[in-house]
Design a protein around this ligand. Structure first.
Ligand SMILES: [Zn+2]
Ligand SMILES: [Zn+2]
Length: 242
């Protein structure tokens, strides 16, 4: 009877739809099959195999102290992101947030507050939720870190980031984010869904840095990877195709 009762509460795995033996959103075999990222550059979260140099890409004036991502943006991660953002599956969002905290090297030590990348009012109205806020709430709950949504807001922007080319994203100068209330934390982590060029997170970091935040990290459950064939190793010999 107790088993029957427990089974009625079992949630199927988000990926294989098999009933779970434990209260987890993605079953253990499917978790093992996820494209976990190996360790890489602390400044951009690119695995060393994909990184243009073998040392962290810290630059003068760089606002970010650390960048962390745990999954490569490879199957089934794009499908999970689509379910989360386009089909409003908040459960999938929570599963992605938990993937970030399940990295054994990831403790979130000494971070005072999490700041989800804000959505514009227009996006919030059309989607109904801010994906970064769902991720931040999940991560904050798991690691015991408060989530602050009133320190930075997104103002109007002429062209949504997703419609920009990579070159445009890297050269875009206007910053749609500004401080709304004084930020009282010294060490914060900005939460985004996918790290690509880091442009958005860096724009969120700018008004925070101007307010005296000393340590800024970027955390996201996933990161896009460049094609290995386009990279050249430090010795200038082409890196092999995966
Ligand atoms: Zn599964
Ligand atoms: Zn790097």
């Amino acid at each position: 009877m107790l088993d029957l009762l427990r089974q009625s509460f079992w949630q199927p795995c988000l990926l294989c739809e098999q009933p779970q033996k434990q209260l987890s959103l993605i079953c253990e075999p499917c978790q093992l099959d996820l494209p976990w990222l190996p360790s890489g550059c602390t400044q951009c979260a690119l695995p060393w195999r994909y990184h243009p140099s073998q040392s962290p890409c810290r630059q003068p004036g760089w606002l970010i102290n650390n960048c962390r991502a745990t999954l490569a943006y490879h199957f089934p991660v794009p499908q999970l992101i689509h379910q989360f953002k386009q089909q409003a599956s908040l459960t999938t969002g929570r599963a992605l947030g938990l993937c970030l905290t399940q990295n054994t090297h990831f403790t979130g030590t000494a971070i005072d507050a999490l700041i989800p990348v804000p959505s514009s009012r227009q996006t919030l109205r059309s989607r109904g939720f801010n994906p970064a806020k769902i991720l931040a709430d999940t991560i904050g709950h798991a690691l015991g870190i408060p989530v602050m949504t009133n320190w930075v807001i997104k103002t109007g922007i002429t062209k949504a980031q997703k419609y920009r080319s990579r070159a445009e994203r890297l050269t875009v100068s206007e910053n749609p984010f500004r401080a709304k209330k004084p930020c009282t934390a010294k060490r914060i982590a900005i939460i985004d869904d996918v790290i690509t060029t880091m442009t958005t997170a860096i724009q969120v970091a700018e008004p925070l840095k101007a307010q005296g935040v000393q340590h800024i990290e970027i955390w996201a459950p996933c990161r896009t990877l460049p094609k290995l064939t386009t990279l050249v190793s430090p010795s200038h010999s082409p890196i092999e195709m995966r």
